[in-house]
Write a protein that binds this ligand. Structure first.
Ligand code: 5AD
Ligand code: SF4
Length: 508
């Protein structure tokens, strides 16, 4: 397909593609080795997803339950899975015992995420004995790992089907196979599929929406399993993204988050490679929707054009999540992050110069193989130097098949835990500090609903993702309101409701 055809929307239809290379039967297990390959094959855009006539009505009178683990990408996939199931006639239930189809949408990023899934699967053993007609499925990133599928095959015979991240759109036929087959249905593609537009979706909530802008990751940071479980970088076409955001705006959504494993690589895979995230954001900011965020970005691809566009402000929020992982150039090198402490700090200065009010948050891994005390302290000092508002912090978890998992490691778990605790003390201290200046100020809050702790209080988030609790009538849920901050706690702000923010003010 050439660029002209692409822009004219002349994309090959799904049925033109022969998928026989991916699966021969109901048993197609994953292979990390295959998943690692980065072929030059063209990515096809399919615009004609439809549920096959033969499967329609499959779910009538039946209910489904999905439990989602992990990141926003999984949350987003769950919305698509739910959309397909509803299209088949199934109804959603929040009670697993009441469900006819139970799906675990899994996360492979760290061992403890995987353990949670195996624990949950263990609980389903008795459920399946009570309800032998119930179908139990495992999907998401863990399904893409050979070791996981082997373990499920060997130990978890309560599981009826396993499918991966690249073939969610094949769920109707996978379910059909599972109803017919006595064997576990395993269909996992190790080679990424194409981009399928118009998949049905049941969005969770009507205030904030996810919009996927790209799939996969080509960065291959040495600790990370994602490039294997999510395949190579594939960008959705700008026109499809813009249309989706417009539809969400028209439906009254107040905030959208553009999603991708590495959103800064957006557009790199297009033929000319010239249309990038900055261009996309520049178009999206003109859409009448109050807030636009993106996650997650890689410092390496964060270009000047993007910074320039973000500096235009408006509905592009001044909060950037920029995972640094470590403050030590040596560790960053072994992680294959392809930037140094110095170049990261330079990028931060550039962003701060362009967007003086910017809030930065990050991800950090401690206890990477052979991390020394000095290298760990460099992470602490970088954290303070940047003045991050918040961080997600993790102890390094070896992932089978990744280069880091093969490295000798001389750091004990005790030391790793101690480092995490010391880092968290710094992170929590700075988070609380960042909230103090809000006292007495007026902020704009997107009201999400009742506070989890106190039903009489409403809560929501500022543009900079600060949690605010306040009393106001329930009719403001879903709106952006002004709140005067009266108290800054360690994790959240308390305030007094002033009133609904006029639309003009939000957009100015
Ligand atoms: N161990 C610990 N943390 C990890 N992350 C990714 N892979 C690993 C791993 N093997 C963290 C990174 C990433 C976040 C989503 O998860 O910090 O940014
Ligand atoms: Fe994993 Fe690195 Fe890709 Fe992020 S950029 S998903 S950490 S490989």
């Amino acid at each position: 397909m050439n660029e002209e055809q692409r822009l004219a929307g002349q994309v090959p239809l799904a049925k033109e593609k022969d998928y026989s290379q991916y699966f021969q039967s109901v048993y197609t297990p994953p292979s990390l080795k295959e998943a690692k390959k980065r072929g030059k094959e063209e990515i096809f855009y399919h615009v004609d997803f439809a549920i096959d006539e033969q499967y329609r009505g499959m779910g009538v009178g039946r209910k489904f339950y999905i439990r989602t683990f992990g990141c926003q990408m999984n949350e987003h996939d769950t919305e698509v899975i739910a959309g397909i199931l509803v299209g088949l006639g199934y109804e959603s239930t929040n009670d697993v015992k009441d469900a006819d189809v139970v799906l675990l949408n899994t996360c492979a990023i760290r061992e403890n995420a995987e353990n949670k899934v195996f624990g949950e699967l263990g609980h389903y053993k008795s459920l399946k004995i009570d309800r032998p007609d119930m179908l139990i499925g495992v999907c998401g990133c863990m399904s893409q790992e050979e070791s996981v599928v082997n373990k499920i095959l060997k130990t978890y015979d309560q599981v009826d089907m396993v499918f991966g991240t690249h073939n969610i759109h094949r769920l109707p036929s996978i379910l059909n196979e599972a109803y017919l087959s006595k064997e576990m249905v395993v269909e996992v593609w190790s080679k990424e599929g194409d981009i399928i537009e118009n998949l049905p979706r049941v969005r969770k909530g009507s205030i904030k929406g996810w919009v996927n802008i790209m799939y996969g990751c080509d960065k291959f940071c040495t600790y990370c399993i994602v490039p294997y479980t999510r395949g190579k970088e594939r960008s959705r076409r700008p026109e499809d993204i813009i249309q989706e955001v417009r539809q969400l705006a028209a439906a009254g959504y107040q905030e959208i988050t553009l999603l991708g494993q590495n959103v800064n690589a957006y557009g790199k895979d297009f033929e000319d490679g010239e249309y990038r995230l900055g261009d996309l954001m520049d178009e999206l900011r003109k859409i009448d929707i109050p807030r636009i965020r993106f996650t997650t970005s890689h410092p390496r691809d964060f270009d000047d054009q993007l910074i320039e566009v973000l500096a235009k402000g408006g509905n592009l929020v001044d909060h950037i999540h920029l995972p640094v992982q470590s403050g030590s150039t040596e560790i960053l090198k072994i992680m294959s992050r392809k930037y140094s402490r110095e170049s990261f700090l330079e990028l931060v200065s550039k962003i701060k110069r362009a967007i003086p009010n910017v809030t930065l948050t990050t991800d950090i891994i401690v206890g990477f193989p052979n991390e020394t005390e000095e290298q760990f302290e460099e992470t602490i000092s970088l954290y303070k130097e940047v003045g991050f508002d918040m961080a997600f912090t993790y102890i390094y978890s070896p992932r089978e098949g990744t280069p880091a998992a093969r490295m000798q490691d001389n750091v004990s778990m005790e030391v790793k835990k101690d480092r995490l605790q010391r880092l968290n003390t710094v992170v929590n201290g700075l988070s609380a500090e960042a909230l103090k200046p809000y006292k007495g100020k007026v902020v704009n809050v997107l009201v999400e609903g009742e506070s989890k702790r106190n039903k009489e209080v409403l809560s929501g988030y500022t543009e900079k993702s600060k949690l605010v609790n306040f009393r106001a009538p329930a009719c403001v849920i879903g709106k952006i309101v002004q709140v005067r901050i009266t108290d800054a706690k360690s994790w959240s702000l308390d305030g007094e409701y002033i009133g609904i923010l006029e639309e003009e003010k939000v957009m100015s």
